[in-house]
Design a protein around this ligand. Sequence first.
Ligand code: UDP
Length: 241
Amino acid sequence: MDKPEKLMIDGKRLDGRSPEELRPFKIVAGALERADGSAYVEMGNNKVFAAVYGPREMHPRHHALPDQAVLRCRYNMAPFSVDDRKKPGPNRRSIEISKVTREALEPVMFLELYPRSVIDVFVEVLQADAGTRTAGINAASVALADAGIPMKDLVSSVAVGKVEETVVMDLFKEEDQWGTTDMPIAMIPRKKAITLLQMDGHFTEEEFKYALDLASRGCTQIYEAQRQALKEKYTMRKEEE
Ligand code: UDP
């Protein structure tokens, strides 16, 4: 797609949102039967599954740690998830996103409870529209809780940024591509602790502070939906019994 002439028209964004608005989102806990824990997340046009296995024995054994579990995250984009077919398999970008996903989640885990084992987190992006790492972290966080793995809290994530001169919440593809700044953030909303912060582009100090506040508000909304998704799953299970 060519660069649109304007990304903001009369204070509204090209998809009709106000600058402070999240895209419509959906979070489902326990979306896959075979995994120990799973979740499905839509954030706008992003569609992402997360599946968790473990804690289980680490293979290969020499990757195990004597005093804690290893959290092993793999972010993967389906070839059909983007406009130009993506070559299957890992690349530099997916390796980087896998690493920051792990680092965003580790602070809420009790890895010391499971020495010599591994907790595997697979994030599969089926449809991408900017912010897939944030959707993946939201899904992974719910999938870990769904697997019954003890956690201190949930991690919630959203990207904020700047489009023309406006600081905006939750960028979609055109804004990510043609905007000034993209800043994905993950937080433990109740603690206001940041577990991921990356930034492409630039902000003034004032804009940065406002963007952080905007991200915190977005993460809080997502956090409520993550908790609701887990509650719904366990209410349903109880009803089935
Ligand atoms: N993208 C793409 N092909 C790729 C990688 C990314 O079309 O090989 C698109 C996709 O829509 C993605 C967006 O570019 O969501 C932004 O990618 P970025 O690396 O900023 O990560 P994300 O915002 O998805 O976390």
